[in-house]
Design a protein around this ligand. Sequence first.
Ligand SMILES: [Zn+2]
Length: 70
Amino acid sequence: MRHTHSQSAQRRSHHALAGVRVTLCESCGSPRMNHRACTNCGKYNKREALNVYKNLDKKAKKTKEKVARS
Ligand SMILES: [Zn+2]
């Protein structure tokens, strides 16, 4: 059945997308998505879950390790 513009608008008032929830990593302090491992240090629940050095070349690896230590 055909609706009025108001009825369509009222239904669509619930269609907005919620923003991504972001928190700061407990280990390195960089922004991190909730329920996801940190993309900067690879930790989740203070435990290493991702190997962040795996796909880096030798030079980038060295720089990242240097930053992680400081
Ligand atoms: Zn981190």
